[in-house]
Design a protein around this ligand. Structure first.
Ligand code: C5P
Length: 218
């Protein structure tokens, strides 16, 4: 079967999805990493996130691959390992705007559907249950309060990437707004998704809930 895990920034989706995939013996696909790779390429080429035509030209020359890596997944952009670089602030602050354009989404959704066609996939993102894999056997909408999500990000950031907690909170709220309000495949809970609020839960507890849910589907 396929498992779709959607939710807002910082809800713990990637860590949870990776662990769920490990336990089920499935392949994990981080779709946010794909939007981040496009954003990195745009930043490097001086393409503005509000220029869909130039983004369209740029994306047609990109080869984005996700491969199993030491910490879950290695992201390759035209053969270059950009796993760490796609997590920088420069990328995070622009990714939502880049992801709002249909020309970007169409290409990545196509790639995501191909990767999921053989089943046995855990895919996380914003529109997986609603748009990319509407027939996924298990759909989870993973959320947590903005405060908790900002605090988790704060604890992850190191060295020169440090940002005050209040600012992170504002940026996360802004990214939520932008992802929820965009025209194309906005962040919204699929009607048949199970909501898991991780505010008061550990990662392992969330993983256990999802594994239990998966047992009811097989
Ligand atoms: O999951 P992550 O926070 O890395 O995703 C980065 C951004 O990519 C999101 O804020 C969203 O704008 C975009 N995204 C998306 N659709 C997805 C996955 C991510 O629009 N399926």
């Amino acid at each position: 079967m396929n498992v779709a895990i959607d939710g807002p920034a910082g809800a713990g989706k990637s860590t949870v999805a990776r662990k769920v995939a490990e336990q089920l013996g499935y392949i994990y696909i981080d779709t946010g990493a794909m939007y981040r790779a496009v954003t990195l390429a745009a930043n490097r080429s001086g393409v503005n996130p509000d220029e869909p035509d130039r983004l369209g030209t740029l994306i047609s020359g990109l080869d984005i691959r996700l491969e199993p890596g030491v910490n879950g997944q290695t992201v390759l952009l035209n053969g270059e390992d950009v796993t760490d670089e796609i997590r920088t602030r420069e990328v995070t602050l622009r990714v939502s705007q880049v992801a709002s354009h249909e020309v970007v989404r169409a290409k990545l959704v196509d790639l995501q559907r191909k990767l999921a066609s053989a089943k046995g996939i855990v895919m996380d993102g914003r529109d997986i249950g609603t748009h990319v894999l509407p027939d996924a056997e298990l759909k989870v909408f993973l959320t947590a309060s903005v405060k908790t999500r900002a605090l988790r990000r704060f604890q992850e950031l190191k060295g020169d990437q440090q940002v005050p907690l209040m600012q992170l909170e504002q940026e996360i709220a802004e990214r939520d707004r932008s992802d929820e309000q965009r025209v194309h495949a906005p962040l919204v809970r699929a009607k048949d998704a199970v909501v898991v609020d991780s505010t008061e839960m550990t990662i392992d507890q969330v993983v256990e809930v999802i594994i239990d849910l998966s047992r009811t589907k097989t």
